[in-house]
Design a protein around this ligand. Structure first.
Ligand code: TYD
Length: 324
């Protein structure tokens, strides 16, 4: 069962690749709706909750933090409470898995070691602060109520179907529309890019075999600075979908994001040692698959651009930065 409020970044079109429709039930609803969540857990005898639902975009959290507190903090609390009440003492075979982010750990300098599962929390944006709060709540339910929980903290995801507010799909779609490619500040911030399928495989392994109460870092082993990544996207587009001049000419440095974290990097030894997971995609192969997907799915892109108030978002976030 897939419970989704279908807010701005959600779309039924994103479910069209499901291998077996008969094994999937879609419910449109909000994780903050306690009655609904309780009812679904009881009626469908749900034994495993995988909590992916979140507001995730840092720039949106800067311009309007309230939905982040609502969905990420209150929503997580509502799901935890429902699981606690409905599962009661009958916890055998039950699992509450919470999907979180590396951003809860704050920012690294170039010399720092990568984040481990025991790095102290130090969130810097309303987004990462709301995720940190939700992680703490999940852990508290393990210690206080013995709720059978696991947590994964992942690095930056990318791949097909990603809402193009995030750097990689934003760059691809802006390039295809001949718009400028906005790089915040000097573009030397570093992220660790994780292909979405690798992430999903890690989550599945943790649900099946992860130890209760434990956290597992999930990263792509693919660190790149933003300017190098944007250039790489341009080069792949120049090769796969050449325009009259190179897409590189569209790159524009724009004013930085407030509180912008300099570097994230994940130490993924624990999940590798305990569960045998490591990412299968390097940035080169993952980027090519992703760019191909956006090129091969013009219908999705067209429908998407017509809905979701996407251009309004571009105006709101970028017009003051001088990018268009
Ligand atoms: P983003 O995809 O928003 O993920 P996060 O902030 O969660 O890491 O951004 C990835 C990096 O790219 C981040 O350092 C901010 C930068 N960035 C730009 O330079 N320009 C943009 O237009 C966007 C959206 C992000």
């Amino acid at each position: 069962m897939n419970l989704d409020a279908l807010t701005y970044a959600g779309s039924m079109e994103n479910l069209r690749d499901l291998a077996d429709e008969s094994r999937h039930l879609f419910v449109k609803g909000d994780i903050c709706d306690a009655e609904l969540v309780r009812k679904l857990l009881i009626e469908h005898k749900i034994d495993t909750v995988v909590h992916f639902a979140a507001e995730t975009h840092v720039d949106r959290s800067i311009l309007g933090p309230a939905p982040f507190i609502q969905t990420n903090v209150t929503g997580t609390f509502t799901l935890l409470e429902a699981a606690r009440q409905v599962w009661g003492k009958n916890r055998s075979g039950k699992r509450f898995h919470h999907v979180s982010t590396d951003e809860v750990f704050g920012s690294l300098s170039l010399q720092d070691d990568a984040f481990t599962e025991s790095t102290p929390y130090d969130p810097h944006s309303p987004y990462s602060a709301s995720k940190a709060a939700s992680d703490h709540l999940v852990r508290s339910y393990f210690h206080t109520y013995d709720l059978p929980v696991t947590i994964t903290n992942c690095s930056n995801n990318y791949g097909p179907y990603q809402f193009p507010e995030k750097l990689i799909p934003l760059t691809i779609l802006n390039a295809l529309r001949g718009r400028s490619l906005p790089v915040y500040g000097d573009g030397m911030q570093i992220r660790d890019w994780l292909y979405v399928q690798d992430h999903c495989e890690a989550v599945r392994l943790v649900i099946e075999n992860g130890r209760l109460g434990e956290t597992y870092n999930v990263g792509g082993n693919n660190q790149s600075h933003n300017i190098g990544l944007v250039r790489k996207i341009c080069q792949v587009l120049d090769e796969l979908h050449p325009a009259s001049r190179s897409y590189l000419s569209l790159i524009t440095h724009v004013p930085d994001r407030p509180g912008h974290d300099r570097r994230y990097a994940m130490d993924i030894k624990k999940i590798h040692a305990e569960l045998g997971w490591s990412p299968k995609h390097d940035l080169e192969s993952g980027l090519r698959e992703t760019i191909r997907w956006y090129l091969d799915n013009p219908e999705w892109v067209k429908n998407f651009l017509a809905q979701n108030e996407y251009d309004e978002w571009l105006d709101l976030n970028y017009s003051d930065r001088g990018a268009q």
